[in-house]
Design a protein around this ligand. Structure first.
Ligand SMILES: Nc1ncnc2c1ncn2[C@@H]1O[C@H](COP(=O)(O)OP(=O)(O)O)[C@@H](O)[C@H]1O
Ligand SMILES: CC(C)(COP(=O)(O)O)[C@@H](O)C(=O)NCCC(=O)O
Ligand SMILES: [K+]
Length: 258
């Protein structure tokens, strides 16, 4: 079975893929200091609790935090006796082209999303991923990643307000009752919530105009449904888009190796 690891700047998600479906998914905070032994204690405990008998034979990693890869490699070697595929490394081949400026190290999460989006929907896509940062990945007609947009994440924007201004509290995102806030929290939520809807709409419209073609907008990340319920922004939503992409890349590399 395959252990797929999607490490973002905030959270790291582990999923076990049995070749047909994900039989388990667990999430932990991303901490580069965490050792292979710590990962294994955590993973094996969860497996036992959920009575999952998985023989992990393969592992694939996408990490936007380069430092965590070392300990994840040790986890693969010490506990699963396998060499992991690491997206973005030369030995990990991708089923799509990457057409960006020379020397640009594209976030592996964006490459994985591109592969997943193309596999599920074909080309001409904008993939919006609500993570620590909100990324827009543009997928050409042939599935190539051709660039995109990086915007401050939703929670990052709220945190930035709180950190920079003494009188602004910590606030969670939610849809405010009205645009005009009549208290501090409502004002902050309005700024980020409606501001974000404007940001997504404007960026998608400009990407479509720049490409001069119809493009489908695919969203991923836990916050997408919150925005979609207020305004029709996305053509489709997948909460496990990145995980799906990891299985596609794993299969592609397996086929190439045979
Ligand atoms: N369903 C959700 N509701 C509220 N906040 C969420 C939800 N899913 C993720 N978040 C928040 O969004 C931010 C980004 O989360 P995540 O997608 O895990 O980021 P990354 O992939 O960059 O680690 C985090 O601050 C997280 O707490
Ligand atoms: C933009 C990102 C920080 C998003 O990461 P995330 O929000 O998933 O943690 C990540 O994709 C990244 O570090 N990218 C490198 C630069 C680039 O993609 O062009
Ligand atoms: K992201």
């Amino acid at each position: 079975m395959l252990l797929a690891v999607d490490c973002g700047n905030t959270n790291t998600v582990f999923s076990i893929w049995d070749g047909e479906s994900f039989i388990a998914t667990w999430r932990t905070a991303t901490e580069w200091q965490r050792t292979a032994d710590q990962y294994y204690v955590w993973l094996s405990t969860l497996m036992r609790l959920q009575e999952i008998e998985a023989d992990i034979t393969d592992m694939i990693i996408s990490s936007t935090v380069p430092r965590v890869v070392f300990n994840l490699r040790v986890l693969a070697d010490r506990y699963f006796h396998t060499r992991p595929l690491v997206v973005g490394k030369p030995e990990c081949r991708l089923p799509v082209d990457v057409r960006v400026d020379a020397g640009t190290a594209v976030g592996p999460d964006r490459l994985v999303n591109t592969v997943a989006g193309y596999d599920l929907h074909g080309g001409n896509l904008v993939i919006v991923d609500f993570g620590t940062a909100t990324t827009f990945d543009v997928v050409a007609a042939d599935g190539a990643y051709i660039g995109g947009v990086i915007a401050p994440g939703v929670n990052l924007s709220l945190e930035a307000l709180h950190n920079a201004a003494a009188a602004l509290p910590h606030v969670d995102i939610s849809q405010p009752q009205a645009v005009i806030g009549t208290n501090t929290v409502a004002c902050m939520q309005s700024g980020v919530f409606w501001g974000y809807i404007g940001l997504v709409r404007e960026i998608c419209a400009r990407i479509k105009a720049e490409r001069g073609t119809e493009m489908r907008v695919i969203a991923t990340g836990g916050l997408a449904p919150l925005f979609q319920q207020a305004v029709d922004l996305f053509d489709d939503y997948h909460d496990d888009l990145t995980m799906h992409g990891l299985t596609v890349i794993h299969d592609f590399n397996k086929e190439k190796a045979e």
